[in-house]
Design a protein around this ligand. Structure first.
Ligand code: UN1
Length: 506
């Protein structure tokens, strides 16, 4: 057994994940840190998925009648387990995904935050009362549990995205079935083990199978996507995946919550605080090795500022510590796999062919970790927003373009197929308000003097256009996990028809 495997084993044991789930299974899991195998996970036979869905249906029929604050108690306990085992789960995130440890901890913190949010929400699933046009009548809008939810997640936020969905869904009365990325099943097993602990402490009024995990490839996902017993499929991943999943779910009149690609930009205006912009840009572009859906990929800089900014950025990118994500001080860990590294090469080649001047982006050899794919973040000065800039490459590449007038910058900002996150660096109120206005940026998330990544859970998270339109986590995102019922009650002795229609029967 290699030492990485020993580390993984210790963490999974601490979290309480049963060994038969991750030893001797058919899916070999590798760590991007050194490319070594760290576990062998048992996969789910696609035919078994139907049984899981059936079990989730049983759970739903019991759980939907539990008072929401009681449902919230389960999530409160889950939040406690996450607090207790934050370091262990974060370490597992780093071992399996490769993000640096502080970001692994940040991801688990995001889970804790959404649990806290969901506990409060469990007493606030508010509906409306609506004025009726008829005497002696009233209208209500009530929110009822929807049904079991299929949750498909990506490797880059292997646990937080599940928690955004599961914490809200469970409080809303819906069981969840989770299909994690095949690249990161261990963190799912670790999370599931913590959920099991919370359930144990909760008492026996929770049904079995409130949260299940299914592991496998496309066929397992398809079994969820095509099941009419899952009224909602929440899927995070590439636009290509969303294009396949969305229409399939809709063809059976299911609901989808899609979180797909981003191509996030920052506009840097002449009035920007450049020191602040520098720090924000470095984290947003190079953090998580460029593998967040909110990663900064495009820098739209006023011509008068670029000469000052560009050399500073080049120096910062060149000096960033690239290496083992478990070591304190490392800022950029490995890419997830060889394919990701190849995609980075292909994008840099295309950028050069389209007139780009590349600095950085080279492979970094890290001692003792020859099986990992380590890359220095790349800064690419582009003559225009060409095709390569308009597509999302899941790697640390930052394209830089210049502008003269803010309206042109906003037009360039919006001229990409994706619409997740955006930001402007300015100290000029007119510029920031213009950017935030109806004719400003077109993304689901718009920030001022903050990079596009690292959103808090309190707001609704998601984006427009090819990002898929879904919203999850905070604000009123919970509504997608519930069905809305308009209720009209007549407490009079008459039967007036709406719109004054007369229909008298003898
Ligand atoms: C993702 O990359 O899929 O805003 C999610 C952020 C994080 C979530 C990213 N809170 O960067």
């Amino acid at each position: 057994m290699n030492s990485r495997m020993q580390q993984v084993q210790a963490v999974l044991d601490e979290l309480g994940a049963p060994r038969d789930a991750w030893q001797g299974g058919e899916l070999a899991v590798t760590s991007p840190i050194g490319g070594e195998t760290i576990a062998e996970v048992a996969t789910t036979d696609p035919r078994e998925v139907a049984t899981c869905i059936e079990r989730a249906g049983h759970a739903f029929r019991a759980w939907r009648d539990a008072p929401p604050p009681r449902r919230g108690e389960l999530i409160r306990l889950l939040g406690e387990e996450l607090r207790t085992h934050k370091r262990a789960l974060a370490t597992l995130v780093t071992l399996e995904n490769g993000k640096i440890l502080t970001e692994g901890e940040g991801e688990v913190q995001e889970m804790i935050d959404i649990c806290d949010f969901a506990v409060g929400l469990s007493r606030q699933l508010y509906g409306l009362t609506i004025a009726s046009e008829r005497p002696g009548h009233h209208l209500l809008e009530r929110w009822h549990p929807l049904g079991p939810v299929g949750v498909i997640t990506a490797f880059n936020f292997p646990v937080a995205v599940w928690s955004w969905n599961a914490a809200l869904a469970l409080v809303c009365g819906d069981p969840v079935i989770w299909k994690p990325s095949e690249k990161t099943p261990l963190t799912a097993l670790g999370t599931q083990a913590l959920f099991a602990r919370a359930l144990e402490r909760f008492g026996d009024d929770a049904p079995a199978d409130l949260a299940q995990v299914v592991i496998g490839g496309a066929e397992v996902g398809e079994a969820l996507v095509d099941s009419p017993a899952l009224p909602l499929i929440s899927a995070t991943g590439s636009t290509r995946m969303g294009r396949a999943v969305g229409p399939r779910v809709m063809s059976r009149f299911g609901r989808v919550l899609l979180e797909l690609g981003g191509n996030n930009a920052a506009i840097v205006t002449p009035s920007a605080d450049l020191d602040m912009a520098m720090r924000a840009i470095c984290f947003a572009a190079a953090g998580t090795a460029g593998q967040r859906c909110t990663t900064l990929r495009r820098l739209i800089v006023h011509r008068s500022v670029s000469e000052a900014l560009l050399p500073r950025l080049e120096r910062a990118f060149a000096s960033m510590a690239v290496g083992d994500p478990l070591i304190d001080g490392t800022l950029v860990g490995p890419l997830i796999d060889a394919e990701a590294s190849k995609a980075m090469d292909a994008a840099l080649d295309d950028a050069r062919a389209q007139g780009g001047q590349v600095s950085g982006g080279e492979t970094v050899a890290v001692e003792g970790l020859s099986g990992g794919h380590y890359r220095r973040p790349a800064l690419v000065r582009m003559p225009a927003q060409t095709d390569v800039v308009r597509r999302e490459t899941f790697a640390p590449i930052l394209y830089l373009m210049e502008y003269d007038a803010l309206d042109d910058a906003i037009a360039m900002h919006n001229d990409v197929p994706q619409g997740l996150s955006s930001c402007i660096f300015t100290t000029d109120l007119r510029e920031s308000e213009r950017f935030l206005s109806a004719s400003g940026g077109d993304c689901g998330i718009a920030n001022v003097n903050i990079g596009p990544s690292g959103a808090e859970i309190g707001g609704a998270f998601g984006g427009e256009k090819e990002t898929g339109g879904g919203r999850e986590s905070g604000s009123d995102s919970w509504k997608v996990y519930m069905r809305r019922q308009t209720q009209t009650v007549n407490y009079s002795r008459e039967l007036p028809l709406a719109q004054g229609v007369r229909f008298e029967v003898e």
